[in-house]
Design a protein around this ligand. Structure first.
Ligand SMILES: Cc1ncc(C[n+]2csc(CCOP(=O)(O)OP(=O)(O)O)c2C)c(N)n1
Ligand code: SF4
Ligand SMILES: [Mg+2]
Length: 287
């Protein structure tokens, strides 16, 4: 780790192919700023990305990285963190990746509470596959797969996280760059699974959840008397589901990462004293 790292050090030499104006630019910039502000550098950072427009982030950031299978980025991230807890692990993906095909993994990653950060670039649509409804799409949102709307209530990501025992639950907006970077920073600093859902507008396929819509609708929790350490208060706000909040909705300040609780916070690649010589050869061969 280094103290003189700038956020641009986390930029790779690859030019993003995201559409001009895509919210994912701002989401990624905030993540890079937060990593730099928390004293991380590309050599100790591991980004695991899902599949989707959002999933391209692993290519555009300069760090160790893995492009997971659709919906499976979280178990990969958990594996990376448990193998080497010295790494700063950040998992990023879309709303489809996290709350549709990956919903089962999301619930279990939240309840396991490994010390890592999960950023969902929530554009309320399947961007990469060209505009089908996603689990967070509105009930009346007409898309190629839902010509008369989904006729189902959208998934409430914060409610899923809270019901699964989440210890850090935040909502951010890609366009509010300072606030967004700050929320990701808090998630990184949290001792446990830091979940940040980000309104990250898709300017090509979603003409309802737009920048203008969010700018009008957002309620900044910092400007209210919300106490994020009060679970009941968080539950009330989250379950009402009637406002587009940004800020930390809930944080359990007594959270202990699962790997610490289970005594699994040693780097597995380190060979313990007294290990048989042939076992050490085996570890060296595969590490
Ligand atoms: C197992 C599997 N099923 C389906 C797909 C096709 N697919 C690729 S991306 C995607 C959805 C992307 O939506 P989201 O996760 O919201 O990401 P976005 O593109 O909006 O950032 C789907 C269904 C796939 N790649 N793999
Ligand atoms: S299709 Fe949407 S989500 Fe994908 S890059 Fe373009 S604006 Fe972004
Ligand atoms: Mg999406």
């Amino acid at each position: 780790m280094s103290s003189d790292v700038r956020f641009t050090d986390f930029k790779s030499d690859k030019q993003p192919t995201w559409c001009p104006g895509c919210g994912d630019f701002g989401t990624m910039n905030g993540m890079m700023k937060a990593l730099a502000e928390t004293g991380n550098d590309p050599d100790n950072t591991f980004v695991v990305a899902g599949i989707g427009c959002s999933g391209k982030i692993g290519t555009y950031m300069h760090s160790y990285a893995l492009h997971g299978v659709h919906g499976r980025a979280l178990p990969l991230g958990i594996g990376v963190k448990l193998a080497n807890p010295d790494l700063e692990v950040m998992v990023a993906g879309g709303d489809g990746d996290g709350f549709s095909i990956g919903a089962g993994h999301f619930i279990h990653a939240v309840r396991r509470n490994v010390d890592m950060t999960y950023v969902v670039m929530d554009n309320r649509i399947y961007g990469l596959t060209k505009g089908q409804a996603s689990p967070t799409s509105r009930e009346d949102f007409e898309t190629s797969t839902t010509p008369e709307g989904t006729n189902m209530p959208p998934v409430n990501p914060q409610a899923l996280a809270l019901a699964s025992g989440g210890t850090f639950i935040a909502q951010s907006f890609s366009s509010d760059s300072q606030r967004h970077a700050d929320l990701v920073r808090q998630a990184i600093e949290h001792d446990g699974f830091g979940f940040v859902n980000v309104y990250s507008p898709c300017v090509t396929f979603n003409d309802v959840d737009t920048y203008d819509y969010f700018r009008d609708a957002i309620v900044n929790l910092d400007e209210t008397d919300h106490d994020p350490t009060d679970r009941e208060e968080a539950k009330e706000k989250i379950l009402a589901g009637d406002k587009e909040y940004i800020g930390v909705l809930y944080q359990d300040e007594r959270s202990t990462p699962w790997e610490v609780q289970e005594g699994l916070d040693e780097n597995m690649a380190e060979i313990p004293d007294g290990a048989p010589e042939d076992a050490m050869d085996l570890v060296r061969e595969f590490y």
